[in-house]
Design a protein around this ligand. Structure first.
Ligand SMILES: Nc1ncnc2c1ncn2[C@@H]1O[C@H](COP(=O)(O)OP(=O)(O)OP(=O)(O)O)[C@@H](O)[C@H]1O
Ligand SMILES: [Mg+2]
Length: 240
């Protein structure tokens, strides 16, 4: 059997904000169809990692390859067309647009209009709560519903790799469970997922592999179940 090439490969990635080294040279990879968790505490560099992958900030060093091609000089909108989608921290929905308009914005890199309306229906099937609220202004939705809009909008770009920045943030347990159910469902459909979470337990239970990021460096990585059981993760992130 031929070894499977990673969909995403990151080597020695560095990002600085002025004099602050937010990422000090990180390595990670994601295989096609894999669900990978990136966990770490506040300020560890999780959002910075996702922004760098999405092309939203300048990397001072390192290499990123997506589907075998270098990503470094690819502008962010072309990364979306290539299948890399980010659901940003804080969701970043358009509050004054309706649910339907938000989802349509997610398809801005596509030109297959007929397929777009079929995909909208697919999103409403995945998130029935959004179907009932398709004409509602997104800014008036609950936090959990807004998170659904953010995920559905990203899915409208037909991503091969979906990157989620703390989807559980600020949500009640019931809503978190719903969002995670959807993440598993999207993963089961074959979309690769990079899941950033402060909720280490939830993330590692959903993921196949995981990375622990501390002060801009990867300090642990491995099978999600092994990380979940490791003393270091238990002590630092699970309050054991
Ligand atoms: N625009 C910026 N300018 C200066 N420093 C920044 C900027 N954005 C992030 N940082 C710093 O970089 C470090 C990493 O931030 P980042 O947002 O990536 O952390 P995080 O792991 O996502 O944290 P959280 O869990 O709180 O979201 C932090 O020390 C932060 O203060
Ligand atoms: Mg963050």
């Amino acid at each position: 059997m031929k070894p499977q090439l990673p969909l995403l490969e990151v080597n020695d990635l560095k990002v600085s904000y002025g004099g602050i080294h937010a990422l000090k040279g990180i390595d990670l990879h994601i295989a096609p169809g894999e669900l990978v968790a990136l966990i770490g505490s506040n300020g560890a560099g999780k959002t910075t990692t996702l922004k760098a992958l999405a092309g939203l900030l300048h990397c001072t060093a390192g290499k990123m390859h997506y589907d075998g091609s270098p990503l470094h000089h690819v502008p962010s909108h072309q990364r979306v067309s290539a299948g890399l989608a980010l659901v940003p921290e804080g969701r970043g929905i358009f509050a004054r647009l309706s649910v339907a308009e938000n989802l349509q914005m997610g398809a801005y890199t596509r030109s297959d209009d007929g397929q777009i309306s079929a995909d909208l229906e697919r999103m409403y099937a995945l998130f029935p709560r959004l179907a009932e609220r398709r004409a509602q202004l997104a800014g008036t939705l609950s936090g959990g519903e807004q998170q659904m809009v953010a995920i559905a909008r990203a899915l409208m770009s037909h991503p091969q790799l979906l990157m989620l920045d703390e989807p559980s943030m600020g949500l009640a347990p019931m809503m978190v469970a719903k969002i995670f159910e959807t993440i598993r469902e999207v993963s089961a459909q074959g979309v690769s997922i990079l899941l950033v979470e402060q909720n280490a337990k939830l993330a590692l239970e959903a993921a196949q592999r995981g990375y622990v990021l501390e002060s801009g460096a990867i300090t642990l990585s491995g099978e999600a179940s092994e990380l979940l059981g490791s003393d270091a993760v238990q002590r630092a992130y699970l309050g054991a």
